[in-house]
Each structure stands twice: as structure tokens, then as C-alpha cells.
Ligand binder design. Structure first.
Ligand SMILES: *Cc1c(COP(=O)(O)O)cnc(C)c1O
Length: 851
């Protein structure tokens, strides 16, 4: 059928309960238990049937039922309470004095995925959930931030299995009218569309907005009749394997996203690019800065760099987008023209071998890094790994000086805490226990919770998880018309009092979901112990093209079918935020077995810890920072291995030993039928750790204080007075770039080594030829440290040298004093870097070592 006309009938919600409609259109409800319960009580069965999507849910409620609730005092009372809290959120004044960002300059947060709630199919996994948590926390903190993403109508995929346990993918399409989105309107009240040129024709995208508490998330959608099928499908699915579509998605997200902001009169002071997918945003941002301040590309580039944040999320090479330059060029060609640079130079911004004319891949991460001055990984260990990974961008720079820092991820507590536990914490801590005013003293009050109460409440959460498993299994087997006795068996799977281990994550091979199955007989013995059994719940998806990942799932499925274990091992299909919530809330032990150091952070372990589930994990990602013997268990140690098979065998042994000797005995240690005392103490330590150190409030505060505030200040400073600062900076850098190559530093010299003693001080000196540069342009440094090998230092340190004399012909003498503070063998050399702000100092290529 063509030329279909459409009309929609919305429920006419009676005035007294009309707030429900308003509430359903702000995602705030999804992290407020009271609000969730308000919807649910209207019709709990229907609520689940609509997958907890309040827009679809309200549309399915009969007029009669609404009218009944409009007369129900109890319901109205409940609703008024929720309404009061909802309104209070908007009146709260933000607490970032130094962040002078108006509503038209908000921080723009770009991400390919946003995992806010399971009813919005905009995410695939951890990256999206983190972005969702970032928005939620930013709203609570009153941060002026706007999200930018794509509106995927098919989401990632939904997971089902065939009878052989092989993963199949389905792509149910969501109806946009079931989503809480509205068309974004410009200042004249017109619907906003943006266009981006592409080799497939002009991409036109409608801009939608989604309210997330106090914030807006803008979502671009190409599913318009005037677009060609290829273009309409740009926003069909997340992470398709079609490279053409992926480039188009990333172009739309970055360039289209910046244009959407512009059409809404938002000129962001700061942009945050969450992973490489959105790095094209920097290109369009440079264009917008050029237009707004009438400056050339160089000045705009310097401004963009000093006001942009880039976060990298994975140490796994396959997780980084790389495209053949020929695929990228047709989209970015026009930027080369606007910037007045060659296409080769522009592509070089995304290449490792900058300036080299060969066909090196175009890396989205490299582009993001080159366009941003604030760079980070997502845990301490991941920061180290990222510095190593991208060290090639800064030739000559020691790896520990690569300017990528880390901000460890946090989780949005209220989105993942169980309702029962939240009520318990509220009773002992304060009503704002998960809010922005939560202090370390408050967190300490977790210790005051009665052991019996915490254990009891956790038992309820474990039982809820078990009931979910039974329901899902029953539905799965009913679909296959399984015989009655099988249905009875699956409806009684798992046991309410058995130690429950959960493993839920993407089935990428490095995550080693099957580490626990390395010795199936030993595992089977643990599962079937008569006195101290264990049970296991697995969940997770493999990427549609990842056959190895699918094989791992199949092995688990096959193991779970064994007669002796089938009542105690479950694989929950179609892992999503809903299943994640049940699992992190009900698990006794949260298992994580990545091959170190491949797990960038691993936030699900934090969600579990919030709920008092104890982590049993490889020392990787966040657990390196979180682990202490009081909070959980570390499998293996800080070792890095070369031989992966050997590593797997060592670490699986370590895992079995830990389970048999520590975890299981600790859980079943019940004196006189009391809760396991040490276990409950560990639960409390875990909860305190998560609340105190790993909340998304802490994370967003850290981004704000370390990145957003300095970046926003840079924007104000550089663009003041007709962007005089930016122009000056660009001129300075151009000068450095052209004159740097003539610079030479001689090997520094010191007095003859007469045998120094600790405490001695001596003078080092070196000669520097600056060419046409001046001493004001540069900083000359001594680089020294303990010798590791003949040509390597163990953690080099620097000391700035001072200009001592000028000997004409642009030759200068620099000296500095060095104090022998420790005994040992030391090495030293000299180097020159630019003088200026941190970003200028770390300009790739501008570091010259003594020769
Ligand atoms: C938290 C979460 C993740 C990320 O967890 P990891 O520990 O990084 O695997 C992925 N998917 C869902 C649905 C989540 O809720």
C-alpha cells in the first residue's frame, strides 16, 4: 500500500489522574520506585505484558478503569506524592557555581547508545547503560547537559535459541508512538529536521526529544518516507555489520547531531564524545565555531580541542571502529573544502600514520582523540591500557605521559537497587540516601542495619530472581509445546535457599563465560552437594556475527541440559536491563572472568555490589580498585599472561579452589540457624563501597570538576573579544609547527661521576639550538629516573631547566640542579616541549629529545 494516511487515538485520561500521562513522558519515572508502583498498580499483569512501557501501557487501559482510579482516594494520594517529588526535582538549584553554562550552551553528550530503560531499544550493552546512567545522574546533579543519539526502531536484537542451543536473532520493530518521544521544535515552533550529504543522497533526519528528568535527549531518525530505503535503514538497527551503514550512522550521529543542536539554538560550550562512534561531531563543531566567531579553521580547531571531552571504552581492538578511508572520504570531503585543507590532511586526523599518504585505516577513536583535549579511559587499569594502546598518536612520548587519564565508571544506584533494599536503606540512612547529598557518614550507617533484616530482604530478591527464571523457562518450553512433566520440571527449577551465582554479560570470547565449565565434573559436584549446593544463572548475548561467542553459549546450554544439573543451571535468554535488574538484585555471588586486561570497567559488578551481591572476579576493570578481602574475592592475581590456554587453566583452578574453600563455606556458615555472619558483613562492605565510591553521581561530578568546568572556562576565555585568545593560540601553534623541526638539544652533561652520596646535589647543563623559536616558546626539561635496562627508565620524572646563558646564533645554555634523594643507578637525558597549556604541551610531534 502506498500513500497511507494515519491518525491516532489517544486515551482520554480524566482530569484528576491526567498527571499519569505527563509522567509517562518523562523517563524520571523509571528510577523512582514510587512512580513505577503507581503505574503498576493500575494493572500489574498488563504492565508486564506491555514490557513496563508506560506509554503503551496507558494506551491499553480502558476508559472505565481510569475513571475508577480518578475516584479512588488511595490512588490519588499515591499519585500526589509522586507528583510532589517530580515537581521538586525541577525546583532544585544546581550546585556547580564555577560552571557558567546557560541553557543555550549546554554540555552536549553524544553517544551511539543510551540504555535508560528496557522499553527503549536504544542500546546494546554496557556502553549504552553507562550513557543512560550519565544522563540520569546529570539530571539529579542539575548539570546543564543535553544528550544526542539515534532513534533505533529495531534496537540491537532480541535473542532466542533453537533446539540445539544456537542463538537466533530477531528484530522486532518498535512503534514510535509507543515511545515517550516528542518532535523537537525550534524557536518558531517548527518541527526540526536536519540534513547531511552522503554518497547515497541527502540524508534527512527528523529530530525527536526524550525527557530524562530535567534533561533532554535528542534522537535522530531517518525513517521518513522521502528517504531512500538505504537511508531509512540508517537508524534501523544498532551495530549492523554493514560498514556502509555504520559510517552513515556515525556521520549522522556526529554531524547531524551537531546540526540538530544548532537548529535548536544550542551552541554547546562543551561536547562529550562517548566512544569513537560520535567523533565526527568534532568536524561539524569546528564549522560552527568558524561561523559563529568568524575565525579560520586553525583557531576553531584549537577552540574545539580545548572544549571537547573524549572517552574510550574498550581495550579490545575489535571494539574500535576502523574504516577504509575511501568509505569515509565522500562524507567528509566538503569539510576539507570548508577548512581549506587537503583531503589527505583531513583523513590524517583519523589515521595513525599522520601525513603518510598510504591507505592506513581511518580510526574513529583517533579522530576523537585528535579533536579533544580531555581524554579518559573508564577505570584505572583501563587508563593504563589506553595510554599504551594509543601511544602511537604521540611519537616519542613515554607511554606514562600519554595524555589519557581515567575516570572510573559508576552506576545509577536508584536504577538498579531493589525496591526492598531501597526501603531498608532509606530507613537506616536517610530519605535522600541515593541523592546528591549522600555523605560518607551516611554511607557508614549501612553497618547499623540489622543482619537479619538485610539477609531477609536479600532472600526476597533471590526468590524474585528464581520466580523470573521459572516463568521464563515455562514460557520458553510452552512455546515448544513441551509435555506436562517437562513444564512441571522447569517451573520448579532452582531453589530458594541455595547459593546463587550469576554471570551476565556479552558473550565475547575474552569474557570467558565458560571458564566455570573448564572442569564440568568438578562443577557438577559443587552443584549437587547434598549439604552445600550451588546454582547458576547465566544470561547474555553474542554479537550476531560472533560465532565463537555463540559456541560458548551453546556449550553452556548443553551443560545446563545435563540430567544431573538441569534443576540448578539456567540460561535466561534475551538479556536486557530488566533481566539485569533481577539478576544483580538476587545474586549471592556475581561472577566475572574476563581475560585481563580486556575488561574496561565491568559496571554490572557494581550494580551487584549495590545490592549486596558479592563479587567473585578476575582483578580487571573496576575490581582492581574495588577489591579488598572484606568485600569479595579476587580470582588469580595481578598477573598478565602471554599463553592464554595456560592462563585459562590456572585461573579456572583458582576459581574452583575459591568456590570450594572460601565462597561456599562462608555462605553456609549458619550458627544456630542465624544468617551467615561474615557473609552479611561482606554484603555491607560491598554496599558501602558501591555507594561511596562507584555511583554515577561520583562519576559525573568527576567529569564535571576535571573536564566540563575547565572546558567551559576555555570556551569563555578563548572566544571572548572576537575570539582573540583562540586566534592567538592558533598562530602560536602554527609557528611551533613550522619552526619546531629545526630545534636541536645536546646531550646534557654533569660533573664527573665522583661517587655521589644520598643528599648530594649537582648541576646538569645542556645546550639547545632553537632556530627561529625563542626561549619563551619552549620548556627544556631533564628527564631522569632509576635505570630499568640499558635504555629504559623505570618511571621517568621531569624537572624544568632554567635558561643560564645565550651564546648567540640562537644557541642557549640551560641548567638545573638535581638532588640525589635515593641510592641506586639512574639515567637522565634532556628534552624540549612547547610552553603553554597542557594541551599545547602534549601536541603530538612536538617533543624533541637530546641527541
Ligand atoms: C550494566 C549492564 C551492562 C554492562 O555490564 P558489564 O559488566 O560491562 O558487562 C550490560 N548490559 C546490561 C543490560 C546492563 O544492565
Amino acid at each position: 500500500m502506498e500513500n497511507l494516511q494515519v491518525f491516532q487515538v489517544c486515551p482520554s485520561i480524566p482530569e484528576p489522574v491526567r498527571f499519569l500521562d505527563y509522567l509517562s513522558k518523562n523517563l524520571w519515572w523509571c528510577w523512582n520506585h514510587d512512580a513505577i508502583e503507581l503505574f503498576r498498580r493500575i494493572n500489574p499483569v498488563q504492565w508486564e505484558a506491555n514490557q513496563r512501557n508506560p506509554v503503551a501501557f496507558l494506551a491499553s487501559i480502558s476508559q472505565r478503569r481510569f475513571e475508577a482510579f480518578a475516584r479512588d482516594d488511595g490512588f490519588i494520594g499515591h499519585m500526589e506524592q509522586v507528583k510532589a517529588r517530580f515537581e521538586a526535582m525541577f525546583s532544585f538549584a544546581p550546585g556547580f557555581e564555577k560552571l557558567e553554562v546557560g541553557s543555550t550552551q549546554t554540555i552536549a553528550y553524544f553517544s551511539m547508545e543510551f540504555g535508560i530503560h528496557e522499553s527503549l531499544p536504544l542500546f546494546a550493552g554496557g556502553l549504552g547503560v553507562l550513557a543512560g546512567d550519565h544522563l540520569k545522574a546529570s539530571s539529579s546533579l542539575g548539570l546543564p547537559l543535553t544528550g544526542v543519539g539515534l532513534l533505533f526502531r529495531g534496537g540491537y536484537f532480541s535473542q532466542v535459541f533453537d533446539l540445539e542451543g544456537w542463538q537466533q536473532e530477531r528484530y522486532p520493530e518498535i512503534d514510535i508512538f509507543d515511545l515517550p518521544v516528542q518532535r523537537a521544535l525550534d524557536s518558531q515552533g517548527n518541527e526540526v529536521c536536519v540534513t547531511v550529504e552522503s554518497p547515497h543522497g541527502t540524508i534527512k533526519a527528523q529530530v525527536w526529544q526524550l525527557k530524562v528528568g530535567r534533561l533532554r535527549l535528542l534522537l535522530l531518525d531517518t525513517n521518513l518516507v522521502e528517504n531512500s530505503p538505504f537511508i531509512r535503514d540508517i537508524t534501523a538497527r544498532l551495530y549492523t555489520s554493514n560498514l556502509e551503514t555504520r559510517v552513515a550512522q556515525e556521520v549522522l550521529l556526529g554531524i547531524g547531531g551537531m546540526r540538530a543542536l544548532e537548529r535548536l539554538d544550542i551552541f554547546p560550550s562543551v561536547i562529550h564524545m562517548n566512544e569513537g562512534h560520535c567523533a565526527f561531531a568534532g568536524l561539524e563543531r569546528i564549522v560552527q565555531i568558524m561561523k559563529k566567531f568568524h575565525v579560520n579553521m586553525d583557531a576553531a580547531f584549537e577552540t574545539c580541542k580545548r572544549t571537547s571531552v573524549f572517552t574510550t571504552h574498550t581495550p579490545v581492538a575489535a571494539g574500535h571502529d576502523e574504516f577504509p578511508p575511501s568509505l569515509v572520504l565522500p562524507y567528509v570531503r566538503s569539510f576539507a573544502r570548508k577548512f581549506n585543507i587537503t583531503e589527505v590532511d583531513l583523513l590524517g586526523w583519523g589515521q595513525m600514520n599522520h601525513g603518510d599518504q598510504n591507505n592506513g585505516f581511518f580510526y574513529m577513536c583517533v579522530l576523537g582523540i585528535n579533536l579533544s583535549g580531555y581524554l579518559n579511559g573508564v577505570s584505572r587499569l583501563h587508563g593504563t591500557v589506553a595510554r599504551k594502546m594509543w601511544t602511537g598518536i604521540w611519537p616519542g612520548r613515554p607511554v606514562d605521559e600519554v595524555p589519557i587519564t581515567h575516570i572510573t565508571n559508576g552506576v545509577h544506584i536508584l536504577s538498579y537497587i531493589s525496591q526492598q533494599k531501597a526501603a531498608l536503606f532509606e530507613r537506616y540512612l536517610t530519605s535522600d540516601w541515593a541523592g546528591i547529598n549522600c555523605t560518607p557518614e551516611m554511607v557508614q550507617r549501612i553497618d547499623n542495619i540489622d543482619d537479619e533484616d538485610l539477609w531477609h530482604v536479600h532472600g526476597i530478591d533471590r526468590s524474585r530472581l528464581i520466580r523470573l527464571c521459572r516463568k521464563v523457562m515455562f514460557e520458553k518450553y510452552s512455546r515448544r509445546n513441551a509435555p506436562r512433566d517437562v513444564l512441571d520440571a522447569v517451573s520448579s527449577v532452582l531453589d530458594h535457599n541455595v547459593l546463587t551465582i550469576c554471570f551476565a554479560r556479552r558473550f565475547a570470547t575474552y569474557k570467558r563465560a565458560d571458564l566455570l565449565l573448564m572442569d564440568p565434573e568438578r562443577l557438577e559436584a559443587m552443584i549437587n552437594s547434598t549439604t552445600r549446593p550451588i546454582q547458576i544463572v547465566f544470561a547474555g548475548k553474542a554479537h550476531p556475527n560472533d560465532n565463537e561467542g555463540k559456541q560458548i553459549i551453546q556449550r553452556i546450554m548443553n551443560f545446563a541440559k545435563r540430567d544431573k544439573v538441569r534443576h540448578r543451571v539456567v540460561f535466561l535468554e534475551d538479556y536486557d536491563i530488566n533481566i539485569a535488574r533481577y539478576m544483580v538484585q538476587g545474586a549471592d555471588v556475581w561472577l566475572n572472568t574476563p581475560r585481563r586486561p580486556n575488561e574496561a570497567c565491568g559496571t554490572s559488578g557494581i550494580k551487584a555490589a549495590v545490592n549486596g551481591s558479592l563479587n567473585l572476579s578476575i582483578l580487571d576493570g573496576w575490581w582492581c580498585e574495588g577489591y579488598t578481602a572484606q568485600r569479595g574475592w579476587a580470582i588469580g592475581d595481578n598477573c598478565d599472561y602471554k599463553d592464554t590456554a595456560y592462563q585459562d587453566s590456572v585461573e579456572s583452578q583458582a576459581l574452583y579452589n575459591l568456590l570450594e574453600n572460601e565462597v561456599i563455606p562462608c555462605f553456609y556458615d549458619r550458627k544456630r540457624g542465624n544468617p551467615p555472619q561474615r557473609w552479611v558483613q561482606m554484603m555491607k562492605e560491598s554496599i558501602k563501597m558501591a555507594l561511596g565510591e562507584f555511583s554515577s553521581n561520583r562519576m559525573v561530578r568527576e567529569y564535571t570538576n576535571r573536564f566540563y568546568i575547565p572546558a567551559a572556562c576555555n570556551m569563555a576565555r578563548l572566544t571572548a573579544d572576537n575570539a582573540g585568545g583562540a586566534i592567538e593560540l592558533a598562530r602560536g601553534r602554527q609557528r611551533l609547527k613550522t619552526l619546531w623541526k629545526n630545534l636541536r638539544v645536546m646531550k646534557p652533561s654533569m660533573p664527573p661521576d665522583t661517587g655521589f652520596k644520598v643528599g648530594d646535589t649537582f648541576t646538569l647543563s645542556t645546550t639547545v639550538f632553537l632556530g627561529d623559536l625563542t626561549p619563551e616558546d619552549v620548556e627544556v626539561q631533564i628527564y631522569f629516573g632509576r635505570l630499568k635496562s640499558l635504555d629504559r627508565l623505570d618511571g621517568g620524572r621531569t624537572k624544568t631547566m632554567t635558561l643560564k646563558a645565550e651564546s648567540g646564533k640562537n644557541i642557549y645554555l640551560y641548567t638545573c640542579e638535581l638532588n640525589c634523594s635515593d641510592a641506586g643507578r639512574f639515567g637522565y637525558t634532556a628534552r624540549v616541549i612547547p610552553q603553554g597549556d597542557e594541551i599545547l604541551k602534549t601536541t603530538p610531534g612536538l617533543m624533541t629529545w637530546a641527541k
